[in-house]
Design a protein around this ligand. Structure first.
Ligand code: FEO
Length: 393
């Protein structure tokens, strides 16, 4: 039995084997779909369910902790990795009511076809007594859908935050036992789905500062029994500050763009700028996303193919535009054969980003001395811009 506090249990499922979420996001370490049971002296609540592929694990765990009835199922979020087993749980516990906000209720009806009379809707700040334990609902929107909310149990000082603070990590440890590993997984998760909403997340963090939180139970990854480190990490990630770092996603077909990228990376290192280079045909986009969380500058390396950017570079620009990193500067380097619209295409794809475009370096054919001089000039300009922005002294 996995117990967070007396009468508070973890009943979710560990998914060791899955390697892709939403047919898009790599899961190098699997994930978990956490669900919790809070047993009060009078009522019992299940907080979230699990992905429909693992419903049997959830139902078995609920039985194992001896919950002979469920009065409430708290739905923090409509996405199916947490709501997908609701119908099966209702079949087993037909008297249970789904407790959620009105926006989430609408989503659950749309996504899962659950009947209206199964729901009890609550408002931000409302409480629900289980007897000797209380559920206090806290709206925490945009982590990462508009309806997302959390539940605080004041008697146990636990915040159940759903995706917020989560980490795709399959582990047998109920609690965080290796902060560095969890930090990396949580940063990856933040980068992939939370980053576009960092202003709203900042507001959520301010709101949570009013609560005395000793433990955070997210819906993915281990429980934080010392939550300070993940709250501080989030504060850093959502802040406006960036690091003296350049992310260089690139692809090269016959070596010319690759040669330019190698020279550029060396030039940045010579100027004491942190560099993260990613070859786009083999990249783990999660690792690229992690580095975009706090990089000051993005420089895409792309050859010109079929009169435009290489499709792998298009994908990187499109993804960066979608996840909206707080980078301040960008540029493009690469080689072309006879012309094309590589720069216009890539910059057009990044219209969401509030970046200053630094003079791109595009060369015809193999890079020669003039190209390397231009690349050195770009490295100088990046250093000057970082200094100007107060990122480096
Ligand atoms: Fe883990 Fe947004 O669901």
């Amino acid at each position: 039995m996995r117990t967070l506090r007396p009468n508070v249990y973890s009943v979710g499922a560990i998914d060791w084997d899955t390697r892709l979420f939403d047919r898009l996001i790599p899961l190098p370490d699997g994930t978990s779909y956490n669900a919790y049971v809070v047993k009060g002296s009078e009522k019992t609540a299940l907080l979230d369910t699990v992905d429909p592929t693992m419903t049997a694990v959830l139902l078995n765990n609920i039985v194992k902790i001896g919950a002979d009835k469920l009065d409430y199922i708290i739905a923090h979020h409509g996405e199916q990795d947490h709501s997908g087993s609701l119908s099966d749980v209702l079949l087993m516990y037909p008297d249970a009511k789904i407790v959620t906000n009105s926006r989430c209720k609408e989503m659950l009806i749309d996504l899962l076809d659950i009947e209206d009379d199964k729901f009890v809707t609550i408002d931000d700040g409302q409480t629900l007594s289980l007897g000797d334990k209380t559920l206090q609902f806290v709206y925490t929107p945009w982590v990462h859908w508009p309806e997302t909310m959390s539940t605080y149990v004041p008697e146990d000082k636990i915040l159940f935050s759903c995706d917020f603070f989560g980490a795709h990590l399959a582990t047998s440890s109920l609690f965080v036992d290796d902060e560095a590993t969890v930090y990396e997984a949580a940063k990856r998760y933040y980068a992939e789905i939370m980053m576009p909403f960092r202003k709203q997340i900042n507001a959520n963090l301010t709101k949570l500062a009013n609560l005395d939180i000793e433990m955070i139970g997210p819906s993915h990854g281990p429980v934080y029994d010392k939550p300070g480190f993940i709250i501080e990490a989030y504060r850093d990630w959502v802040s406006d500050s960036v690091r003296n770092k350049v992310v260089v996603p690139y692809v090269s077909m016959h070596g010319s763009t690759g040669e330019m990228v190698s020279h550029f990376v060396e030039a940045l290192m010579d100027r004491d700028i942190i560099v993260k280079q990613f070859e786009l045909s083999t990249v783990d986009i999660g690792k690229l996303a992690i580095e975009l969380v706090d990089a000051a500058t993005i420089v895409i390396g792309s050859p010109t193919v079929l009169a435009g950017a290489h499709p792998a570079a298009v994908y990187a620009a499109f993804m960066a535009n979608a996840i909206r990193p707080k980078a301040k500067f960008a540029s493009i380097i690469g080689s072309f054969g006879w012309g094309g619209k590589t720069v216009e295409q890539l910059t057009g794809l990044m219209s969401n980003l509030k970046i200053e475009l630094l003079e791109p370096v595009l060369v015809k054919g193999q890079p020669k001395e003039a190209a390397f001089v231009a690349i050195d000039r770009l490295a100088d300009e990046i250093l000057a811009k970082h200094k100007e922005a107060g990122i480096v002294n």
